[in-house]
Design a protein around this ligand. Sequence first.
Ligand code: ADP
Ligand code: MG
Length: 192
Amino acid sequence: PGGFLEVITGPMFAGKTTELIKRVERQIFAKRKAALFKPAIDNRYSEREVVAHNGLRYEAFVVPTTEKGVERIKEITLNEGYEVIGIDEVQFFPMSVVEALNELADQGIYVIASGLNLDFKGDPFPVTKELLVRADNIVYLTAVCTVCGKPATRSQRLIDGKPAPRNSPVILVGGRESYEARCREHHLVPDE
Ligand code: ADP
Ligand code: MG
């Protein structure tokens, strides 16, 4: 009945995690039973918390980025009776997370999924893309381009300070040392 699927997306440093924590926290103030989940791959800052680039943090269930991990999200949510769930870095989960979250929303749960729009090459993350077209509400955030200061929609990957070539691996978890927010004009993907 009260189910809702909300997707927060944008490039790195756009404030997705901050917005996710803020929305979940508001639900807790509204006396709803809420939980945060994050994939185990993202251990940049903490094993048990969702942590934003600005230091904001919140306790979370850490689940593996496998089919089992997706099942864990469903199990914990339904068994513990959570009314609201937030999932950070949703793009790291297998495609089955899309139907799982959509079903939880059908079952009356307010699902807030936060995920990257595009990989460093500018290609969509399939999970985010599939969630976006099923969403009841989309929050599209931009960061600030580190070159010109305009709104940034893309994540620039850097290797030794230089744009990463197209043939480097898609998933490389990192922070400020290996990624920068860039606008379309300043997002560079050299062929090699
Ligand atoms: P995301 O989850 O989208 O990567 P976070 O919520 O973790 O974003 O972090 C957002 C914070 O990142 C901002 O509040 C700001 O303090 C910081 N930040 C660092 N670089 C940038 C940038 N280029 N543009 C905007 N914010 C940035
Ligand atoms: Mg984040």
